[in-house]
Design a protein. Structure first.
Length: 384
C-alpha cells in the first residue's frame, strides 16, 4: 500500500513543490511555473507491422552484404509489397485514432488550453497538408488558367484544348507514378500544379503560332498551316523543355531522397508535357472545324507594347537599373542563412506549431537522442 495525493489529509502544496522542483519531472512532466503539464499517450505496437519491418530489415541487410540468395530475394520483394500495402492500412487506423483523441480533447478545451503533439500526430497532419495542397493548388491553377485563356483568346476552343492537354498529361504522369509506386511527399506536393503550368506554356506556344500563321493567309489549306505551325515551334519548345528538365535534373544530385524523387518526377513530367502538346494539339485541331474568325496581324498584348515603349525610352538607363539590381541582389546573398528549424515550416495557427512551441517554451523542448552501442562479435556468453 502507498499514499497518493488523492488520499485525505495530504499536503497538496508540498506535493506540488516536490513535483515542480524534481529533476525528473521539471521541464518534462510539468513546467517550472507549475502552470503546464504534459500527458503521454503511447500507441500499442502493431505486431504485424513490426514483424514486416523486422523481416524486411533482415533481408535488406543480407542484400547489402551480398549474401542474399534467389529465394530470399523473392521473399524480400514480397515482404516489401506486403509492407507497403499494410502501411496504408496502419496509417488509416492511426488517423482514426488521432481523430478520436482530438474529439475527446475538444470536450475539455473550454476549461483549459490543450494541445496535441508528438511524432504520430505530426506525420498524420503532414499527410493531410499534402492532400490539401494537391487539391487546393491544382484547383487554383486550373481556375487561373481558365481565366487567363478566356481573357486572352476569348473563345471556348482555345480554353478547352490547353485544358485537355493538361488533363491528359496529368493522368499519364499520375498513372506512371502509381505504377512505379512513387509516393507524393511534402516536397513534391505541387508536382501537378507545375506540370499543368509547363503543359499550358507549350500548348499556348503552338496555339499562338497557329493563329499568327493563319492571320497571314499564306497557306492554301488547313493541313499545311497546321503542319508548318507544329514544325516551326518544335525546336524552340524542345529547347525550352530541355533546359527546364536540366534545371529539375539538378535536384537528382541531392543527397535527400524526396528531393531526388521530385527531380525525376519533374523530368518525366516535362517530357510527357512536350509529347502530349505536340501530338494531341495537332490531332484535335485536325478534327475540329476550321476557325474562320477574322484575326488581325498584330497579336501582341498591350502590356508587351508598353514594355517595349518603356525600354525604348530608357535606352542605356536600363543597363544601369539592372546593374543596381544585381548589386542589391549580391548584397542580399551575403545575408542568406540556412534555417533548419522544423517548427518554422508551419503556420502559427497549426496545432503542430502550437504544440511544439509549447514544448519548447514550457517543457524543456524536444530533441531526438539516440544511443548506439556496437558490441563486438564474441562467442563468449554474456553474464548479466
Amino acid at each position: 500500500d502507498y499514499l497518493t495525493i488523492m488520499d485525505g489529509e495530504q499536503d497538496l502544496a508540498l506535493a506540488r513543490e516536490e513535483i515542480i522542483n524534481s529533476p525528473i519531472f521539471r521541464n518534462a512532466l510539468v513546467s517550472p511555473d507549475g502552470e503546464t503539464a504534459s500527458l503521454l499517450v503511447s500507441f500499442s505496437i502493431d505486431e504485424t507491422l513490426q514483424t514486416l519491418v523486422n523481416r524486411r530489415t533482415e533481408l535488406r541487410n543480407l542484400a547489402r552484404r551480398g549474401e542474399i540468395n534467389a529465394d530470399d530475394a523473392l521473399e524480400l520483394s514480397e515482404v516489401e509489397a506486403d509492407f507497403d500495402e499494410y502501411s496504408v492500412v496502419a496509417a488509416d487506423r492511426q488517423h482514426q485514432i488521432i481523430e478520436t483523441i482530438r474529439n475527446t480533447l475538444d470536450n475539455y478545451r473550454d476549461g483549459a488550453q490543450i494541445y496535441l503533439g508528438g511524432a504520430p500526430m505530426i506525420a498524420d497532419d503532414l499527410v493531410t497538408f499534402v492532400q490539401g495542397d494537391l487539391s487546393t493548388f491544382s484547383l487554383a491553377v486550373v481556375a487561373l488558367i481558365i481565366f487567363a485563356l478566356g481573357l486572352i483568346f476569348r473563345k471556348a476552343r482555345w480554353v478547352a484544348i490547353p485544358l485537355g492537354c493538361c488533363a491528359v498529361a496529368g493522368i499519364i504522369m499520375v498513372g506512371i507514378l502509381g505504377l512505379m509506386d512513387w509516393r507524393v511527399t511534402v516536397v513534391s506536393s505541387n508536382f501537378i500544379s507545375l506540370l499543368l503550368i509547363i503543359t499550358i506554356s507549350l500548348t499556348v506556344h503552338l496555339m499562338v503560332r497557329y493563329r499568327e500563321l493563319r492571320a497571314t493567309r499564306h497557306f492554301s489549306n488547313h493541313d499545311k498551316l497546321l503542319r508548318h505551325a507544329v514544325l516551326s515551334m518544335f525546336r524552340p519548345c524542345l529547347y525550352t523543355a530541355l533546359t527546364t528538365a536540366v534545371a529539375f535534373g539538378s535536384l537528382v544530385v541531392s543527397g535527400i531522397l524526396p528531393i531526388i524523387t521530385f527531380g525525376w518526377m519533374m523530368m518525366m513530367g516535362v517530357a510527357t508535357a512536350l509529347i502530349v502538346a505536340f501530338t494531341l494539339f495537332p490531332s484535335v485541331m485536325k478534327s475540329l472545324k476550321v476557325d474562320d474568325t477574322q484575326l488581325s496581324g498584330g497579336l501582341r498584348l498591350n502590356l508587351t507594347a508598353a514594355l517595349a515603349n518603356i525600354t525604348d525610352a530608357l535606352k542605356g538607363r536600363v543597363l544601369i537599373i539592372y546593374i543596381l539590381v544585381l548589386v542589391f541582389s549580391l548584397v542580399g546573398l551575403t545575408r542568406l542563412r540556412v534555417e533548419n528549424s522544423f517548427i518554422d515550416y508551419f503556420r502559427q495557427s497549426t496545432e503542430i506549431y502550437q504544440g511544439m512551441s509549447l514544448f519548447d517554451d514550457k517543457l524543456g523542448g524536444t530533441l531526438s537522442f539516440d544511443v548506439v552501442v556496437d558490441l563486438p562479435d564474441t562467442e563468449d556468453g554474456f553474464d548479466g
